[in-house]
Structure formats: structure tokens, C-alpha cells
Design a protein around this ligand. Structure first.
Ligand SMILES: [Fe+2]
Ligand SMILES: [Fe+2]
Length: 271
């Protein structure tokens, strides 16, 4: 079992990007932040479906900023009902990552959702309320996403529960994909103390509960969002962020599609 992993292509900000994607697997996980415009994002996911048999697609916080007025649950429903889920003339089909949903391919379960953030990643430098205010004042999506009267930490907590519950019912190896980061240790906060406030809107610290409860089942956890790539194994779980990020910030340099092979020896314990 293997899959290609891509994330944070930001095809609106990065005008250089075209779909020069050469698959090295029949499956790809596209882990959010394709474009700020949901219609553009879905057009890209459609193009992935012409290259891959299985396209696991996760929304990012950016994908629902433009051309989408609905709420966050309605965005998941939009994916659930989307024509790309049906077989067509394309090579493959989209499988949307969303709460309460698991897909099994070969011997592995795939689950995930946006993940959101709970602002607690800023502690102890700044309390969660301070990080929330910082986000509200400085981050565009505070106004451009339809929060339906809730805060991101509300959805963050909902998605922790949904992930715990869905993995409860699964036997065998699980791969989790969230757009946001599941562990504070995987951010830059220790490197750059000046930006600790914004770490609040990067991590959902509640995901640690999913890891504590289900860590033995989880072989890999993919994320994106930070534009800070890593491939790091902690307590037997391989955490991979393959965000391309922004060309103008130099983040996209040397980016390439990453193939994750779950059948390497280090994961023999999951077989
Ligand atoms: Fe991003
Ligand atoms: Fe993001």
C-alpha cells in the first residue's frame, strides 16, 4: 500500500503551478489549500481524478474562502454529493475526507477532515483567548469563511470527537489526514518565539487525545497548513507535511510529490 501526498498548492497565489503531476501510485491524498476559490479547487481535484484511480481530498481553510457561502458542515455535504464521487470518463473517483467517514483500500483505513485549530497552541506564551483575538484581527478567514456563529475551536473540538469515534469502529491499520497540524511539537514555535501567537491558528491540540487513544492503530498522519515540510516519526506514528507553500516566500523551492509507502519494514508491526 502506497500513496502520493500533496498539499497547499495555492494555485491562485502561485501562478507558476500547472498540473505536471506524474503519479507514482494509483492513489493520491490532496490535503487542502489548493485555491481560495472552491470552484477552482474542485476543477483541480477533477484533474487529479484524470491521473489517479483514488483521489482522497481534504479541504483546507483556504478552499472555502471564495465561491462558497455555505457553512462548514455544508461544505462537507457539498463534497459528499459532488459528481466527482461517481465513476465517469475520468480515470478515478474522489473520496472526500470528512468527519464520521472512513474508506478502506486494500488493508488500510483512511480517515480525516480539516482538523481546524483551537488556539491553545499559543500557550504558555499567550493564552488561547489572546491567540483568538490575534487571529480575528489579522487573519482574512475570520471574515471570509461562514462560521455560522461559531469559532474555529468549536469545529476543532467536534472533529476531535468525530475522529475518535470513527477510528473506534475500525480494525487494523489507519492513516489519518488533517489539513491542520495535530501536535505542537510539529510546528515552528520552538524556532521562532516571536510568532507563537499565530501558532494558535495552526494546531488543534485536541488531536493529542486521538493520538493517545488510537496511536497503536495509526501508521501515518498527514497534514499541511504550515508550509513547513516535515517527515518525522514520533512514538511509532509517521507525521508527514508535504505542503508546497508560497513561491513568493521561497517555500515552494525543491517541493515535489512525496510517495508514502506503508509497507516499508518500519511499519511491519501494523501488518
Ligand atoms: Fe496553506
Ligand atoms: Fe491552511
Amino acid at each position: 500500500m502506497d500513496y502520493d501526498l500533496i498539499s497547499d498548492l495555492h494555485t491562485d497565489a502561485n501562478q507558476d503551478f500547472s498540473l505536471d503531476i506524474v503519479p507514482s501510485s494509483k492513489m493520491v491524498i490532496c490535503n487542502g489549500d489548493v485555491n481560495d476559490d472552491l470552484l477552482e479547487t474542485m476543477e483541480f481535484v477533477g484533474r487529479l481524478c484524470s491521473r489517479y484511480e483514488i483521489v482522497l481530498f481534504n479541504l483546507g481553510n483556504h478552499d472555502i474562502r471564495l465561491n462558497w457561502n455555505g457553512t462548514i458542515p455544508e461544505a462537507y455535504q457539498f463534497l459528499h454529493d459532488h459528481p466527482l464521487r461517481q465513476p465517469g470518463k475520468r480515470k478515478g473517483v474522489m473520496y472526500p475526507l470528512m468527519p464520521d467517514t472512513a474508506y478502506k483500500f486494500e488493508d488500510t483505513w483512511f480517515v480525516g477532515s480539516i482538523g481546524w485549530y483551537d488556539f491553545k497552541g499559543a500557550e504558555p506564551h499567550m493564552n488561547a483567548e489572546g491567540a483568538y483575538k490575534l487571529w480575528q484581527d489579522h487573519v482574512n478567514e475570520a471574515k471570509s469563511i461562514n462560521w455560522d456563529g461559531n469559532r474555529p475551536d468549536f469545529y476543532a473540538e467536534q472533529e476531535v470527537h468525530a475522529l475518535c469515534d470513527v477510528i473506534d469502529g475500525l480494525d487494523g491499520r489507519v492513516v489519518v489526514s488533517t489539513h491542520t497540524v495535530p501536535l505542537l511539537d510539529l510546528t515552528w514555535s520552538s524556532l521562532d518565539p516571536d510568532s507563537h501567537g499565530f501558532v494558535g491558528s495552526v494546531v488543534n491540540t485536541g488531536m493529542k487525545r486521538v493520538i493517545d487513544r488510537h496511536g497503536k492503530k495509526i501508521a501515518a498522519w498527514n497534514c499541511g497548513h504550515t508550509h513547513y515540510r516535515f517527515d518525522k516519526t514520533i512514538d511509532g506514528i509517521r507525521y508527514v507535511n508535504n505542503a508546497r507553500g508560497l513561491v513568493k516566500s521561497g517555500q515552494a523551492d525543491s517541493w515535489k510529490i512525496q510517495n508514502i509507502n506503508l509497507d516499508e519494514d518500519r511499519w511491519a508491526c501494523f501488518r
